[in-house]
Design a protein around this ligand. Sequence first.
Ligand code: SAH
Length: 210
Amino acid sequence: MTSRRTRDRLINALIEQGIRDERVLDALREIPRHLFVDEALESRAYDNTPLPIGHGQTISQPWVVARMSELLLEHGVPERVLEIGTGSGYQAAILAKLVPQVYSIERIGALVHQARQRLRAAQLFNVQVRHGDGYQGWPEYAPYAGIMLTAAPHQVPTALLEQLGVGGRLVAPVGGAGAQTLIVIDRTAEGLTQQRVAGVSFVPMLEGRQ
Ligand code: SAH
């Protein structure tokens, strides 16, 4: 169920759905998604669907992970990436294959603990996970050349825009339940520009730690 063939089928589905970046496809080929879900769900780990990870949260659909990663790398490989919403650690693991250093924040303590273990088991040592509130960002390592939100706020938090470096890109779902849009914000020397990419469905970005 976690065989090469099952995994290749997922990659082929992603290619059919428009994912073109070979670096991203390679990262999804290499990172075993079944290591980031509970054993009971392993047989569905290579379906192109989101899956529950406990605490009312979900691991994102592989297409969404791939598309957001592609957008983040579109104009070059960012040196440091900040992810908001570590969850299972899967998106962080994909980013760890693509960029030199990943910083990821998760508000639910139990998920932080589990994600750290999974990332270690996958031998990925260039990801730091912090138990905190993503609304504050992670100022110590700012500015970031890439910021990715995997939970949806109503508006992109100001602190995150402030921590985006010149030439950097932020990828995020924004909006309320059932009406979210994936957006891309670029910071140029002149200021911020924004594009809408697609309709998406993410869990909400909530304030405070738990
Ligand atoms: N990237 C994750 C997606 C998990 S779902 C993965 O690959 O599995 C989104 C996650 O965002 C949830 O775990 C949720 O607890 C977390 N989250 C929501 N609001 C947050 C906030 N303000 N700060 C940090 N994490 C947050």
